[in-house]
Design a protein around this ligand. Structure first.
Ligand code: NAD
Ligand code: ZN
Ligand code: ZN
Length: 427
């Protein structure tokens, strides 16, 4: 199919021959390894090279880990949620200088196209070379860090150094005195959760259902509460995650291992229907035999169970927001409920981080309305990434959001988890 021409290029120049860094690379389904990769140098004049001081794993990485996203190549460096200190800048970079602390957005935006002008950075037209995405979706998203050649093939941030193309626009400066643990997640999960809430729309007094209580669902619950939701019902099967949401955000738990018929249970709890249903789950864990079989036989790539539950559980005229990642096609979608009930079914898209990150920092984190460290369950060194993928995938030991440190990280901030080894808590 070839590639589409773009404003930025994924290949990077290495620094001195033999100068290497540690990075996490994909080699196949459930096979990720720490490798020695060349330290990136300025390759294009808008580049910034970052020394990574904080990185992490996201639920979206699990789709790559399970081989559910096409176009990965052996040796691809993963990771799209990271921050650091500016190490080097290209001649066109005016917004940052060496030594500045910055957070990177998970998407690489050009800053100039019609979408970028509206800060819809994840929709940037000029940074993703994937003709496959054009073919499947009619148009394509921005390029993303560390998220396969379907989104541009850029090396990611689960590494000691990263090359950030178009550094003027893809990095948010962080004020002094605020620890990495409070700002790292502006890169993705905080901006994504906030986008889900804002894009779907939550009004004062709404009753909200959240499917999936991973880090995204937990942050969505926090923002929904701050936006005035009266009742929040959290739907998941992991006991620690249900309890966590109950304790941190007064979410009413709905355990799907106890209540197989989620729609029936929601009708008991909220007879008139939810005002808003938010899909923060994952498409790679089908529940029913039908979808397990169809998925295994590749009759569908994605599973619409959560969307169907959401369509049947919202009130007439209710809203369903889909922030969970989907990649392709699904069978048996309840189009009848969608149409007959006048449901607003909203694909939230990959979150446009540039639209929200400053607002979240200035209006929520700095004034203390939201403390993102509420969700950090563990802190581990970069070398532990392969084991962390397995532990996060299997949701071991109450793992929620993890702070992954590198040799450039500060000491853990007061009140945040100290460094531990995955072996010591997960196995
Ligand atoms: N749109 C975006 O910009 C964006 C950005 C980041 C993450 N995401 C997506 O958001 C989703 C959540 O991310 P995360 O980091 O919290 O992931 P996660 O894998 O840690 O959490 C997913 C949760 O969903 C639960 N779940 C699975 N099937 C379910 C079902 N049928 N009903 C109810 N709950 C179910 C799981 O038990 C788990 O607790 C993922 O799909 C991820 O790819 C989207
Ligand atoms: Zn992510
Ligand atoms: Zn653009």
């Amino acid at each position: 199919m070839g590639t589409v021409p773009t404003e930025v290029h994924l290949e990077y120049k290495g620094r001195k021959p033999g100068e290497t860094m540690k990075a996490l690379a994909w080699f196949g389904p459930e096979d990720v390894r720490i490798v020695d990769a060349p330290v990136p140098d300025i390759t294009e004049p808008d580049d910034v090279i970052l020394k990574v001081t904080g990185t992490t794993i996201c639920g979206s990485d699990l789709h790559l880990y399970h081989g559910e996203i096409m176009a990965l190549q052996k040796g691809d460096i993963l990771g799209h949620e990271f921050m650091g200190v500016v190490d080097k800048v290209g001649p066109n970079v005016t917004n940052h200088k060496p030594g500045d602390r910055v957070v990177a957005s998970f998407q690489i935006a050009c800053g100039e196209c019609s979408y970028c002008k509206q800060k819809l950075s994840s929709f940037c037209d000029r940074t993703n070379n994937s003709s496959l995405q054009n073919y499947m979706y009619g148009h394509r998203d921005a390029g993303f860090f560390g998220y396969s050649h379907f989104t541009g093939g850029f090396p990611g941030g689960q590494a000691e150094y990263v090359r950030v193309p178009k550094g003027n626009v893809n990095l948010l400066p962080i004020p002094l005195g605020i620890p990495d643990e409070k700002v790292l997640y502006l890169s993705d999960v905080l901006s994504t959760a906030y986008h889900c809430v804002m894009d779907t729309g939550i009004n004062e007094g709404d009753t909200v259902g959240i499917w999936g209580l991973g880090p995204i669902g937990q942050c969505v619950a926090q923002f929904a509460r701050l936006k005035g939701a009266k009742r929040i019902i959290g739907i998941d099967s992991i006991p620690e995650r249900l309890t966590f949401a109950q304790e941190k955000t007064s979410v009413e738990p709905l355990d799907i291992s106890q209540h197989k018929d989620v729609v029936k249970r929601l009708q008991e709890l909220v007879p008139g229907g939810l005002d808003v249903a938010l899909d923060c789950g994952t498409f790679h864990e089908p529940k029913s035999i039908l979808h397990k079989v169809e998925k295994a036989l590749m009759l569908e790539t994605d599973v619409p169970e959560t969307i169907n539950e959401a369509l049947a559980s919202v009130r007439k005229g209710g809203r369903v927001g889909v922030i969970a990642a989907y990649a392709g096609f699904a069978n048996h979608v309840n189009l009848g409920a969608f149409m007959e009930k006048g449901v607003r079914l909203i694909g939230n898209g990959q979150a446009p981080v540039h639209k929200w990150w400053k607002e979240i920092l200035e209006e929520y984190i700095l004034p203390g309305k939201l403390d993102p460290t509420f969700m950090i369950s563990h802190r581990v060194p970069l070398e532990d990434f392969p084991k962390l993928y397995d532990a996060f995938d299997k949701r071991k030991a109450g793992v929620m959001k993890v702070f992954v440190e590198t040799k450039f990280s500060d000491q853990p901030a007061p009140g945040c988890p100290k460094t531990s080894r995955v072996d010591d808590w997960a196995y």
